[in-house]
Design a protein around this ligand. Structure first.
Ligand code: UD1
Length: 362
């Protein structure tokens, strides 16, 4: 059985690492890895391949950055000849980025089976590009692997045939568990002059937060207050860096004495940084899940989350984007100790379940 695995952007690499690792143990599965090139810089792409032991992609579509329509269309045009030449039995997609939906569309129209890992998550917010990618990808997938109960319920409500859907757990947590020991040896705290539990980590990159100057300013005002209390480490995503310059916030950020802006980190350094943080402030999807397992309080600066299990059975709080909301969440997080939590099937074995189902199904 030939499966084409597709990756494009940073969170995809973390998820595919576990699946490729599990596939290596099953000789009946032949894997071809396609990188769309949506993320291409060393920090957002190559370093993840090296640290997570992902093989060099067999094919790189080298699409690069552009508007959503341009990027999606370019991926589709470049991916179609790959499918025509390789004639795989299926393609396997992870997550919700533009590369995911683009490749799903191409395969579905060529009647090649589509497998979606991390299916069923819904923020119910169509202003979020990822939500459109999720809904469309799931609608044309033949086999859907789900991380949390809400995903099962969402797919049932959307009328997806239950036989196609499997609750397997979280492949991103598989990768975390497999690299935890190695990450513990990272010297990132020494490099940054930090002691455990005395700092906050911030990541921001959602267009709804950083492309809108009013929202960005409101989050920034909260960070200004937090850095009076705790050192704030802010690895800056390229989109956020550009937008902070466009919005005129860059000098203000750089002037904050106790806020440290750094380049995006590799996987192992970031895992170490997160695990030793007192609190994490983020708009990322995956970080809500990782902090739950690590037992670090997470303040999600969004109005909704497609990962509600991290609220009900994790360490996550949805604090919105107002300065007051973020600060109130911060105070709650500082009041008590937070323990690691483990939602059902987030046990490091999700990818093995995926692979067993693939072998038994087809
Ligand atoms: C994408 C995903 C998002 C994911 C995020 C993780 C979509 C719609 N969004 O958002 O779901 O959470 O990746 O980072 O697919 N750039 C670089 N180097 C790169 C790639 C991009 O500097 O390797 C810069 C470019 O200026 C680009 C900008 O970052 O325009 C945004 O990149 P893009 O892939 O469009 O979206 P992300 O914001 O990274």
């Amino acid at each position: 059985m030939i499966i084409i695995h597709v990756v494009g952007a940073r969170p995809n690499f973390v998820k595919i690492a576990s699946i490729i690792h599990a596939c290596r143990q099953m000789p009946a599965l032949q894997s071809v890895l396609v990188h769309t090139g949506q993320h291409y810089s060393h920090q957002l792409s190559d370093s993840f391949f090296k640290e997570l032991d992902i093989p060099e992609p067999d094919i790189n579509l080298e699409v690069g950055s552009g508007s959503h329509a341009w990027q999606t269309a370019q991926i589709m045009m470049r991916f179609e000849p790959v499918l025509l030449e390789k004639k795989p039995d299926a393609i396997l997609l992870v997550g919700d980025v533009n590369s995911t939906v683009a490749c799903a569309l191409v395969a579905a129209k060529l009647r090649i089976r589509v497998i979606h890992v991390e299916a069923g998550l819904r923020s119910f917010d169509r202003s979020m590009p990822e939500e459109i990618n999720r809904v469309l990808t799931d609608a044309i997938s033949d086999l859907l692997f789900v991380t949390e109960p809400s995903g099962m319920e969402n797919l049932r409500r959307e009328g997806v045939d239950g036989q196609k859907v499997h609750f397997v757990g979280n492949v991103m947590i598989d990768t975390l568990e497999r690299h935890r020991q190695k990450a513990a040896q990272s010297n990132v705290l020494t490099r940054l002059g930090l002691s455990p539990r005395t700092f906050a980590v911030v990541t921001l990159h959602r267009p709804s937060n950083v492309d809108d100057p009013v929202t960005f300013e409101s989050i920034l005002a909260a960070l200004e207050l937090i850095q009076r209390d705790l050192t704030v480490v802010f690895p800056i995503h390229p989109r956020t860096q550009t937008q902070s310059q466009v919005c005129g916030f860059w000098d203000r950020i750089k002037a904050l004495e106790n806020l440290l802006t750094i380049e995006p980190l590799g996987y192992l350094d970031f895992l170490k940084l997160m695990s030793e943080a007192r609190v994490v402030v983020t708009d990322s999807g995956g970080i809500q899940e990782e902090t739950t397992i690590l037992g670090v309080p997470c303040l999600t600066v969004r109005e909704n989350t497609e990962r509600p299990v991290t609220l009900t059975e994790g360490t996550n709080q949805l604090v919105g984007t107002s300065t007051e909301g973020i600060i109130a969440g911060y105070r709650r997080a500082m009041e008590k100790e937070t323990l690691p939590r483990r939602p059902a099937l987030w046990d490091g074995k999700a990818a093995i379940r995926v692979v067993h189902i693939l072998l038994n199904h087809w």
